[in-house]
Design a protein around this ligand. Sequence first.
Ligand SMILES: [Zn+2]
Length: 206
Amino acid sequence: MEFSSKLLENAVNEMSQLPGIGKRTALRLVLHLLKQPEQQSQKLASALLQMRESINFCSNCHNISDTQLCKICANPRRDEKLVCVVEDIRDVMAIENTSQYRGHYHVLGGKISPMDGVGPGDLTIVSLVEKIKIGNISELIFALSSTMEGDTTNFYIYKQIEPYNITTTTIARGISVGDELEYADEVTLGRSILHRIPFESSLKSL
Ligand SMILES: [Zn+2]
């Protein structure tokens, strides 16, 4: 792509670093911003900067939050003994949208994936095991997507917490294998949480 302006080229290059944004789309977005009042670009830039500089993670569940404890963990009406293990904030949002779940979450921040260089130490597994060790959790619900990475992660955590004798379940799979949680429709996802099954029986069906 040949640019008549270095400034334009820089903006397009930065924009195209985002996932799913190719050079053409980046150019379209940048030209769109140029047509808008300058204030629009300022608002966008400062929202991104502020988010990047001030973002926090909940000290209990590791979800993205503006406060030390997120709204879910701070809500006394939620059952803290029931914890749903998810990959990231998108899963929390998807499950919250079903209005079927009243427990807490534990956000791992990814899945074990040796191909991508993600090991157990890169995720928040240690703090999850710690919470279980001190007896704060009675049931752990695995709600990672049923990909090979999701299954590996579930199994790794399951082995870590086996000595502590808590109930482990997994969401029932109305969702076909390989589907990401965030794309499941709310009714199916809500149902699959209510009809969760013992984790051990999901292992036998592998
Ligand atoms: Zn939290």
